[in-house]
Design a protein around this ligand. Structure first.
Ligand SMILES: [Zn+2]
Ligand SMILES: [Zn+2]
Length: 250
């Protein structure tokens, strides 16, 4: 059983009802988790103040488990080099880089029709951005690698190509010591067949020497620590390949 969760949102993001920091801490304690990271969305410099609100809430909640203060900082879709949309503020324990928006267009894609770029252009921008994100300074982990590809392209046709790009990204991440996240929420959005194949992305990461960590990407209390698909995926990878929070956060 995975006894930590390094990707949890709060009500402050506007799309995570009921996720007050105190309730998150109590829920995590109830579940017997050892460590969590509270990692709300940072879309740009304007969202940075939320970090201090969360820090104060954690102090007030007096959690009995280890709670890291983190953030999921978005990749800046105005650029194609994978840079983040805000500078990483001092004093953060844990930084997730979240690649959510289509480069150059800036919208959030749910399905292939949302790509709004021809396949070739999209693949070039995805690769360029991903290779940038994979090696960002000050970032501990890349959230949900492969998610943008899964949202925008037909995996039946492009999964192998995607894996070859991810292998390049893994080499970058290994050199720059950026871990990759097993993201429960992203796996739930995949078709069943791809939920089964998704472990190959993490095999590519391990082969390159990239560390793996778990994050549920909880936006509801029930989702905290929930890892059914991540645990299934781990059965297909070498035993003990999931890192502990201390290995990444240090
Ligand atoms: Zn969110
Ligand atoms: Zn998230």
């Amino acid at each position: 059983m995975i006894n930590y969760d390094l990707h949890i949102h709060t009500e402050y993001c506007g799309h995570a009802d009921g996720m007050m920091v105190e309730r998150i801490c109590r829920r995590a304690e109830e579940l017997g988790l050892r460590t969590i990271a509270i990692t709300d969305h940072i879309y740009g410099p304007d969202s940075l103040p939320v970090i201090e609100r969360i820090r104060a809430d954690i102090a007030a909640a007096k959690p009995k488990l280890k709670v890291y203060i983190g953030a999921e900082i978005d990749v800046d879709s105005d650029y194609t080099d994978g840079r983040l949309a805000a500078d990483i503020p001092a004093g953060l324990d844990y930084v997730i880089a979240g690649f959510h928006f289509v480069p150059t267009l800036g919208h959030y894609p749910w399905k292939i029709a949302d790509r709004r770029l021809d396949e070739q252009t999209f693949l070039e921008l995805w690769e360029k951005s991903l290779l940038g994100v994979a090696g960002l300074k000050g970032v501990h982990v890349m959230a949900h690698p492969g998610r943008m590809l899964a949202a925008c392209m037909d995996l039946d046709i492009y999964f192998e190509h995607g894996l070859s790009v991810l292998a390049k990204a893994a080499a970058v991440s290994a050199a720059k010591r950026v871990a990759w996240e097993l993201n429960e929420l992203t796996m739930h959005r995949l078709a069943p067949r791809w939920q089964i194949e998704w472990y190959r992305i993490y095999q590519v990461a391990l082969d390159a020497g990239v560390k793996l960590v778990f994050g549920s990407d909880a936006h509801t209390l029930e989702w905290i620590g929930s890892a059914p698909l991540a645990e299934k995926l781990l059965e297909k990878l070498p035993k003990g390949c999931l890192s502990a929070p201390e290995d990444i956060i240090g």
